[in-house]
Ligand binder design. Structure first.
Ligand code: SAM
Length: 227
């Protein structure tokens, strides 16, 4: 059970040329630029294969991407070579960032909450606060899984090959195991369930909300400044 199969199965997060990845870039590009008017140094936290790092580099930002997965970082570096990009991709943990205090004008954190328990996300937020400059911004985008889950019907087709064959929440609905099935195989992934309210409660401890954007029924972007 794990994210390795999940990321192997869905190009949404791993193939920059896929329609699914391109759609995510297209949806977020205007919103990111709206809230990132001043050029500067950006940390792409949990950058995956780096699509958002490249997007911001193309708009004149200096970007560093960090991710805990060797496979993601290797792919990001391959894409960087292909594009002759200057983005630096680093293997590392969002809970313990290998940067000095106040190094970044922006930290972006896109579509990655499912990987983090509440304790872990608390640690991540502390680290973001530490590495941001006093006038920096923290931009987080996430899906409200708590809202989405009850509406996620089993048998929903996701991607071209897989459908959801089981949804198994734990008792307190803090995590959910989703089983994905195709003609040939099946696998299960355990996601941390984050709702907008919980993200905001945690965010309040460290940041001041500057703006919020609704991307679709279940997806939000929140812009934070340091308190
Ligand atoms: N932000 C990228 C994007 O939107 O394409 C990647 C999103 S992907 C759904 C979530 C990423 O979080 C994965 O690449 C995973 O390896 C990374 N991740 C999970 N735990 C992490 C941690 N503790 N530190 C850094 N990255 C982590």
């Amino acid at each position: 059970m794990g994210f390795t199969e999940y990321y192997r199965a869905f190009p949404t997060y791993t193939d920059l040329r896929s329609q699914e990845y391109k759609k995510r870039l297209d949806d977020l590009e205007p919103l990111l630029l709206k809230h990132m008017k001043r050029r500067g140094r950006v940390l792409d936290l949990a950058c995956g294969v780096g699509g958002f790092s490249f997007l911001l580099e193309d708009h004149g930002f200096e970007v560093i991407g960090i991710d805990i997965s060797e496979d993601m970082i290797a792919r990001a570096k391959r894409y960087a070579q292909e594009r002759e990009s200057k983005v630096e991709f680093i293997l590392g943990d969002a809970k313990n960032l290998p940067f000095n205090d106040r190094e970044f004008d922006y930290v972006i954190f896109i579509d990655s909450l499912v990987h983090f328990t509440p304790l872990e996300l608390n640690q991540v937020f502390k680290e973001v606060r530490r590495v941001l400059r006093p006038d920096g911004k923290f931009i987080i985008q996430f899906t409200d899984l708590r809202e989405l889950l009850p509406r996620l019907k089993e048998s929903l087709v996701v991607g071209q090959e897989y459908w959801i064959s089981k949804i198994i929440p734990d008792q307190e609905e803090k995590t959910v195991v989703i089983e994905f099935q195709s003609e040939n195989d099946s696998f299960r992934v355990r996601f941390n369930v984050w709702g907008k309210t919980a993200v905001e409660l945690l965010g309040k401890l460290y940041f001041r909300k500057e703006a919020q954007e609704k991307i679709n029924d279940y997806s939000y972007l929140i812009v934070y400044q340091l308190k």
